[in-house]
Design a protein around this ligand. Structure first.
Ligand code: GLN
Length: 528
């Protein structure tokens, strides 16, 4: 018998609904419950795969190859669960399912409408009746209450709350601003936001008030009585030094126990979450700062979310504080590279698409390779390592990726065979987890401690195997390959302090309790 938690947000966006949803999941897990968390995004794109990262930040990829919102990264990092394509929905995906059915004739002549056809489709996904058995399904609704496009999702929640009775709980996240001139915290926006929910027929059961300043009991009391919510169900979430403090803080504020009480489930003892506390203790006491240069083109924190978090997590377990210096590769030149990289102890060359900023990435890679500076290339970053090596070691001055220069004679990175017939851009890359065999004795095999791995991908281009022998003869080893089709997945330079490029994205599978071995090893080397 599944129970359902619906997480919505009001007043403003960017309140951290994803972190709160992930924290609820974590806290329920700590009490021994099984959970899943899913995200509903109100935009019309089928998935965020075709979106520019400036729109909604990083595109996260599930093991089964769905391109999703970055909140799924939080879900996985916090809870350790593996999400799938059944954990991410957009308005576009919902409409597409309905329209496909209509074209098939499934509706037998009916007029297709937002209510009930779209809302029924949303409800089915929220209910997950045919999916794995879990105790709690947490559904996070993207956007802010009052947005036109979130209306069908609210209507679905309203109906489900009515149908499910005490098997459904609504958690609403709002913002309590502090007005400096008046020296006052203001609850009016929260009242309005709850009114908006009530107008849609939903009475929130639990309110999480985001605030920069501590809220007195008086303020919580006021919110409780104006919003028809029990005082113990008005929880405050103050700004904290790290997002990883949030679950413990929410536990202290009683968020999970309030939710359980609303379900009529016995609360029981507060779990200790020892592993998590050990991690927080390491985080608190890691003082030595280590600077890593993030070489990329998106000057936006969220664009490389999972990479940033993976670096920070690996830092904490190496007992250092990783400070990430974003280095815009568009501004890197032969002349300024030594100055640009002078403050960092290692570089991570980011994934990406297209021409912009890649020459700067190649220059940064050359600098790292020739100065024995630890370098970690991911996806496009790995491809830049391969191109740099071809140009400067193999002496093919025109070496390039067919993505940027389809006419080059030395296409050391080439379009994958299976991609040659692809015309649509959405959801057609090589996506999701694939097996990879690591060469015995290689650095990367030693780091993983195994020769068989599986990692997630998101790309169309690949290492051109015609050049493999030449690379290996000159010192760049192709130490990870797909056992089925021989695609090169990992390159390394064994003579270098730490120079590894991966065609896959290890950052997607680093979690709070299990930091990824490649990030662990990279940060360990950088910290030396
Ligand atoms: N643009 C490159 C490709 O498609 C790399 C993609 C990436 O970095 N995710 O192969």
């Amino acid at each position: 018998m599944k129970r359902y938690i619906f997480v919505t947000g009001g007043v403003v966006s960017s309140l951290g609904k994803g972190i709160i949803s992930a924290s609820i999941g974590k806290l329920l897990q700590a009490r021994g419950y099984s959970i899943t968390i899913q995200k509903f995004d109100p935009y019309i794109n089928i998935d965020p795969g075709t979106l520019n990262p400036y729109e909604h930040g990083e595109c996260y990829v599930t093991v089964d190859g769905m391109e999703t919102d970055l909140d799924l990264g939080h879900y996985e990092r916090f809870t350790g669960i593996r999400t799938t394509r059944a954990n991410s929905f957009t308005t576009g995906k919902i409409y597409k399912a309905v329209i496909d059915k209509e074209r098939r004739g499934d509706y037998l002549g009916k007029t297709i409408q937002v209510v009930p056809h779209i809302t029924d489709e949303i409800k089915r996904r929220m209910l997950r009746e045919n999916d794995e058995d879990v105790d709690f399904v947490i559904s996070e609704i993207g956007g802010t209450i009052g947005d036109i496009e979130s209306a069908p999702f609210l209507e679905a929640i309203r109906q489900l709350k009515w149908e499910l009775g005490n098997r459904a709980v609504s958690v609403h996240l709002t913002y309590v601003p502090y007005l400096r001139a008046a020296d006052e915290l203001k609850t009016k926006p929260t009242q309005h936001s709850v009114k908006e929910m009530q107008g849609a027929g939903i009475q929130p059961d639990v309110l999480v008030l985001r605030t920069e300043k501590h809220l007195s009991d008086g303020i919580r009391q006021k919110v409780a009585s104006f919003c028809n919510v029990d005082l113990e169900c008005v929880v405050q979430s103050e700004d904290l030094p790290s997002i990883y403090d949030v679950p413990v803080n929410m536990q202290n504020q009683g968020l999970d126990s309030a939710i359980l009480r609303k379900f009529g489930v016995p609360v029981g003892e507060t779990p200790k979450m020892e592993g998590w506390h050990r991690f927080l203790e390491l985080q608190r006491t890691a003082n030595k700062e280590v600077r890593v240069g993030l070489v990329g083109k998106y000057d936006l924190q969220d664009a490389y979310k999972s990479i940033r978090e993976s670096l920070i997590l690996a830092g904490i377990y190496n007992h250092v504080k990783v400070k990430i210096d974003f280095i815009n590769s568009e501004n890197i030149t032969e002349e300024n590279v030594s100055e640009k990289l002078s403050q960092v102890a290692g570089i991570l060359v980011c994934p990406g698409f297209g021409q912009r900023g890649i020459e700067g990435k190649i220059i940064a890679v050359e600098y790292a390779r020739t100065h024995n500076l630890p370098a970690f290339g991911i996806c496009l970053g790995m491809q830049m390592m391969v191109i740099e090596f071809a140009r400067n070691v193999l002496k093919y001055s025109d070496a390039h990726s067919a993505e940027m220069d389809p006419a080059t004679e030395h296409n050391v990175i080439d379009l994958m065979e299976e991609q040659k017939s692809v015309t649509n851009m959405g959801g057609t890359m090589r996506l999701g987890a694939y097996d990879c065999t690591l060469r015995a004795g290689s650095r990367v095999a030693e780091i993983y401690g195994t020769s068989q791995i599986s990692e997630r991908h998101r790309h169309r281009y690949e290492f051109n195997n015609r050049y493999k022998e030449e690379y290996e003869k000159h010192g760049m080893q192709c130490v990870g390959v797909n056992p089925g089709n021989d695609l090169v997945e990992v390159v390394e330079i064994p003579d270098h302090r730490w120079f590894i490029g991966t065609q896959f994205h290890p950052e997607y599978s680093s979690t709070v309790l299990h930091p990824h071995p490649l990030f662990m090893s990279f940060v360990q080397e950088v910290a030396k």
